[in-house]
Design a protein around this ligand. Sequence first.
Ligand code: ATP
Length: 339
Amino acid sequence: MANTKDYAIATLGSHSALQIMKGAKDEGMHAICICQKGKSQPYESYGVADEIIEVDDFNEGFFAIEDQLIAKNAIIVPHGSFVSYIGPQRMKDVRVMHYGDKGILEWESNRTKEREWLLSAGLKMPKIFKSGEEIDKPVIVKFHGAKGGFGYFIAKSPEEFYEKMKQHPEEKDYAIQEYIVGVPIYTHYFYSNLTGEMEVMSFDKRYESNADSIGRIAAKDQIDAGIETSYTITGNIPVVIRESLLPQIFEMGENVVKEAKKLVPKGLYGPFCLEAILDPKLNFYVFEISARIVAGTNPFTNGSPYTWLRYDVPMSTGRRIAREIKTAIECGRLEEILG
Ligand code: ATP
């Protein structure tokens, strides 16, 4: 039987690295954290990494130490910041072993392809307006590559849209999406392509500035002070969902995985997240998929109310990934989970 001690789990020190590192160690694997110079303190302080490699930056710096990782038989666990620092186009240049099919990241990062995928999986999505002229109801305008929702705005007519766009003269790449009134629910899935089983690990909602504090002042004061809503992500809040919604949650995840098998050779497996607004009639409007671990799993380093039902140890998503990698190594099936 192959020995997991001959392998390592590595990721960039950001996003969800703490839980990925801790999960790797809990599963008895060597954990390597690649940190930007001057930013390694959390990874040292929490003692989650067996090894810290410092680089000048997360792009060229990563490629500069890639041979070191290859020599250690490291397996990269990609998180949101990994994909964003390396860039979706350069992901295919990554030579070190990579957990997950890189091809699916292309479907995730291209808005048109992502929509095609999710609609073919039968999910409800907010309507997309092709131009400002078409706006006849409240919309949310999203800039592509906006860091964590900063600059997004709401408009309810073409006039308001064009007026607000004046503040973003340089932005050419944006989406005008129907604004769904409801509550955000982000579902964290884990699909094992070794066993064919779908798990719902946890849920979160985001803690955004200033969207989550604007209600602290009266609507009149908001208008008087000319306060606009922004959605800068600052953290994540755990959610436990109404139990009768769970069958639908499982079904949505399974349909997305089924469709992904038609798109890329190995499909979608491991952790992923459906980001949705749940309206008062209990319709899920999915506006995005993340085909990898999301930071919304971070409140659950010690497991979630759901993983506690299934596992006899605290099971974070980071640890679940490490367990999958370990199982694949031990069963001689590592190739199946790399991409
Ligand atoms: P990413 O997940 O790629 O980091 P982001 O953080 O930049 O994306 P989104 O998650 O798309 O931005 O959205 C930011 C905020 O806007 C979230 O609070 C989300 O719940 C809300 N939101 C997004 N789309 C809609 C929509 N169609 N209707 C209502 N609210 C929405």
